[in-house]
Design a protein around this ligand. Structure first.
Ligand code: FES
Ligand SMILES: [Fe+2]
Length: 436
């Protein structure tokens, strides 16, 4: 065998590819879900490549609605956006008739990616490899040299254009958000969202304007991140900025809402509604965030306006399996979670405001991206803690999360934010979908 260092990269990859043999009984035993059901999450589920491969099929390409983007990102006929559902490359278009269409971004000829740009406007979709063309709904309209040339080549006479379009997905929208599903069986989007749709309608109540993007690579399994915005009780503990400067404290009025199936959740907090209690004082003494002596030299980042008129300073909304909508003060953003292998994921942030925002409101939203954006003083800690978890559980050999804050049942904890109820419900749904 040649020295791997002397091989070209393709050759080297080929030679060093890992071939997994049949699973041993010891490995199977290790992968048994622990006693305790949805109050436990075994660490192997965050690292196992077979689990990861199955998730792509049964969750992302299964009966789930996955966020693709905002209607405002494909504003006119011919607009397109490329994105992903799980690891599948997906294309969102607006056709000439104004309809939104989603399809797998993979040519029906030999699997080439049809659109490479993130956004654009086109009259047709053209695959560069052999010039198969599709309309904006994904139907095949032209295959170069289909009839051959001077009697040579050409596709078989029974070639049926109608059978070789791009793979189409179902599309549905709510308040300017666009979702798609691979399954004909997924219930209608609003039924799927249930009571959590209320949290979407509250924020997205008028036409939107995109302000900017960023994407962060998180070196952690996608589920470690998905759990994070469902985890209402970490917010006032991990995020010292929140507690120290009063944007969110456990002593404030707050609540949590789940849909009937427990797939989705939003929680909220109202700044300035502190209720002191003896037990809070005892617990707060142990929080890193309980420091009344700290002051900001420039407190402008803390200025916010109650634009929805209900006193809610923070609302974090998560839909299964890959979407977050946040309102943190006046920062508004969607976050799209894209798995990139068992040990990493991308989080795509889209910051937005409303079409009728004045310049001062836009300035305030952009300023607060330094608090609530991917590198913001609060949100940066979420990715950091996910990466620390991944490093600590990387051996995947033993152990499991303990998820009993607020109780052991799916509904225990009620509307309290001091609860892991939404995480128990996530694992309950996940286990059903994965048959684990
Ligand atoms: S792969 Fe697209 S035209 Fe051949
Ligand atoms: Fe957080």
């Amino acid at each position: 065998m040649k020295d791997p260092l002397l091989m070209c990269p393709e050759e080297s990859n080929h030679q060093t590819a890992v071939v997994r043999g049949p699973e041993t009984s010891a490995q199977r035993a290790l992968k048994k879900w622990p006693t305790g059901g949805f109050t436990r999450a075994p660490y192997w589920v965050y690292v196992d490549p077979d689990v990861y491969a199955k998730e792509q099929l049964t969750i992302f390409r299964g009966k789930t609605w996955n966020y693709l983007g905002l209607e405002a990102e494909v504003p006119e006929p011919g607009s397109f956006k490329t994105t992903y559902i799980g690891e599948t490359s997906v294309l969102l278009t607006r056709a000439e008739d104004g309809s939104l269409n989603a399809m797998v971004n993979r040519c029906a000829h030999r699997g080439n990616m049809v659109c490479r740009e993130a956004f654009g406007t086109v009259k047709k979709l053209n695959c560069v490899y052999h010039a198969w063309n599709y309309n904006l709904k994904g139907d095949l309209t032209h295959a170069a040299f289909r009839h051959g040339l001077r009697g040579e080549g050409g596709l078989p006479k029974d070639f049926d254009m109608a059978e070789h379009g791009l793979q189409k997905l179902r599309v549905a929208t709510l308040c300017g958000l666009v979702f798609a599903t691979f399954s004909d069986e997924t219930e209608p989007l609003e039924d799927w969202l249930g009571d959590v749709a209320t949290g979407i309608r509250r924020v997205l109540h008028k036409p939107l304007k995109v302000l900017g993007y960023d994407t962060q690579r998180i070196h952690a399994n996608w589920k470690a991140y998905h759990e994070n915005p469902r985890d209402s009780y970490h917010a006032n503990i991990l995020h010292t900025f929140y507690g120290t400067f009063g944007l969110s404290r456990q002593s404030q009025e707050s609540g949590m809402v789940l849909d009937g199936a427990g797939r989705h959740v939003y929680f909220y907090t109202k700044a300035g509604t502190e209720k002191k209690s003896e037990d809070f004082n005892t617990t707060a003494a142990d929080l890193r965030s309980h420091n009344d002596d700290l002051k900001l030299e420039d407190p402008s980042i803390l200025k916010w306006r109650d634009e929805f008129g209900d006193g809610v300073s923070i609302q974090i909304l998560t839909t299964y399996p890959s979407f977050v909508l946040h309102q943190i003060a006046n920062s508004l953003a969607t976050r799209q979670l894209l798995p990139k292998g068992p040990g990493q994921c991308d989080l795509v942030w889209t910051y937005f405001g409303f079409e009728d925002d004045d310049a001062e409101t836009t300035r305030m939203r952009l300023l607060q991206a330094n608090l609530a954006g991917s590198a913001g003083m609060v949100s940066v800690e979420d990715a950091a803690v996910c990466e620390m978890m991944q490093r600590a559980m990387a051996d995947g050999q033993s152990g499991a999360s303990f998820i009993e804050m607020g109780g052991r049942e799916l509904d225990s904890g009620g509307a309290s934010k001091l609860s892991e109820r939404a995480i128990r419900n996530f694992w309950h749904n996940y286990r059903q979908d994965m048959d684990l």
